[in-house]
Design a binder for this molecule. Structure first.
Ligand code: NAD
Ligand code: GLY
Length: 358
């Protein structure tokens, strides 16, 4: 078992992150014992309920089953969950537990942060993306018709229980989407300013077969490395006023891919992988890195056989990138590689991008 801890100093919001491969039933006992003397509401994704409902054995009256898909991370479901919590008479001393991927985690966290101005929140991530990224760091959100994640809060969980056993049943595309974020950490590792040298790039190169075969020990180590990197970033910059922006490596162009394909054709991870390739190209054109590093990065990406993303017209993509909530008035912010596993933020005007890339 690995017991990590997030220490966000300014608000004393410390919480443990437990990574343990154990029987799902044992895990359920553990997180329910954490709620002893409390009432609790579990929000669980429909698919996870179908596969693990029996082993988890959560009483029906304590459960809200959320249908699957990004479109369910909406205001309507937020309201339904709040109403269920009110009917259950949950008080500020009670708890909300999220069991599922990032969709369940984000909407449940938003409920927890707003219900009675905030009640305890427990994360039990069941996708690779949720294990390595969304369950740690306290970003919560719902989507609106104007875009993804436009309404949300920063609200840290009380505890995160990560169990790599869940990842056995993820479908191949969902597993790969999480790997997209994992690969991202390898390109930003040094900028995460983690005291420990983790060398994720080597791990990804040497262990690719074990990772793709979902060997539990290897996945556990992989998650541990990524979580350590994420902890290091969010401890230094909880609310994304600076350092945390590096976690958006590959996301500027990646979000534009998701938008242009209406969030239907590619998963988030597939779009982000393409966004990282775009960032490496741009960094070479801007003379930030030499071509050797770009080739090395492409080799790491190739090992994981991500779905190929088609090319889109640059002018259209620039238009979409300008609409991104992280863009400033005129310019577009990119996180770009500047050295091995090192990145920095750069502003580009659209005409500058066209000149460099055409
Ligand atoms: P998801 O939550 O939609 O889950 C993907 C699918 O996998 C769902 O159908 C789900 O039911 C299913 N699933 C979950 N666990 C399973 C398991 N163990 N076995 C089989 N199927 C399982 O997708 P995701 O990729 O986990 O999360 C994406 C969401 O996360 C997006 O909404 C994104 O905005 C958000 N996100 C948030 C943060 C953050 O910091 N809060 C960071 C990254 C992404
Ligand atoms: N997933 C990006 C962040 O947590 O900031």
């Amino acid at each position: 078992m690995v017991d990590l801890s997030v220490k966000i100093k300014q608000n004393e919001k410390n919480y443990p992150i437990i990574i343990k491969t154990e029987k799902i039933a044992d895990l359920a006992e553990k997180f329910l014992s954490f709620t002893k003397d409390k009432n609790y509401l579990v929000i669980i994704s429909k698919k996870v309920e179908k596969i693990y409902g029996k082993q988890l054995n959560i009483p029906k009256e304590n459960k809200f089953i959320l249908k699957d898909g990004e479109k369910e991370k909406n205001f309507n479901n937020y309201q339904k969950i709040i109403q269920k919590a009110l009917k259950m008479k949950l008080t500020r001393n009670d708890a909300i537990i999220a069991i599922g991927g990032g969709v369940v985690g984000d909407i449940s966290g938003f409920v927890a942060s707003t219900y009675m101005r905030g009640i305890d929140f427990i994360q039990v991530p069941t996708t690779l993306l949720a294990c390595v990224d969304s369950s740690v760091g306290g970003k919560t959100a719902i989507d609106t018709n104007f875009g993804k994640n436009l309404v949300g809060t920063f609200y840290q969980p009380k505890i995160v229980f990560i169990n790599p056993k869940f990842l056995k049943t993820l479908d191949e595309r969902q597993f790969k989407t999480g790997l997209g974020e994992v690969v991202k950490y390898s390109f930003i590792e040094k900028s995460c300013k983690c005291e420990e040298e983790l060398n994720l790039t080597n791990f990804l190169s040497e262990k690719s077969q074990d990772i793709l075969n979902r060997d539990e020990r290897t996945l556990s180590k992989l998650i541990e490395i990524c979580v350590k990197l994420k902890i290091s970033v969010v401890e230094k910059d909880e609310k994304e006023s600076g350092l945390r922006r590096i976690l958006n490596f590959g996301h500027t162009y990646g979000h534009a891919i998701e938008k242009i394909t209406k969030y239907k054709k590619y998963t988030h991870g597939e779009a982000i992988v393409e966004g990282m390739k775009f960032a490496f190209d741009l960094a070479v054109k801007k003379n930030l890195i030499d071509k050797n590093y770009k080739f090395l990065a492409e080799d790491v990406i190739k090992k994981y056989n991500f779905t190929k993303v088609k090319k889109f017209k640059l002018t259209k993509m620039i238009e979409l990138m300008q609409l991104d909530k992280k863009a400033t008035s005129n310019s577009i912010v990119f996180i770009l590689p500047t050295d091995y596993s090192t990145v920095d933020a750069f502003d580009f005007l659209p005409e500058e991008l066209i000149k460099l890339l055409n």
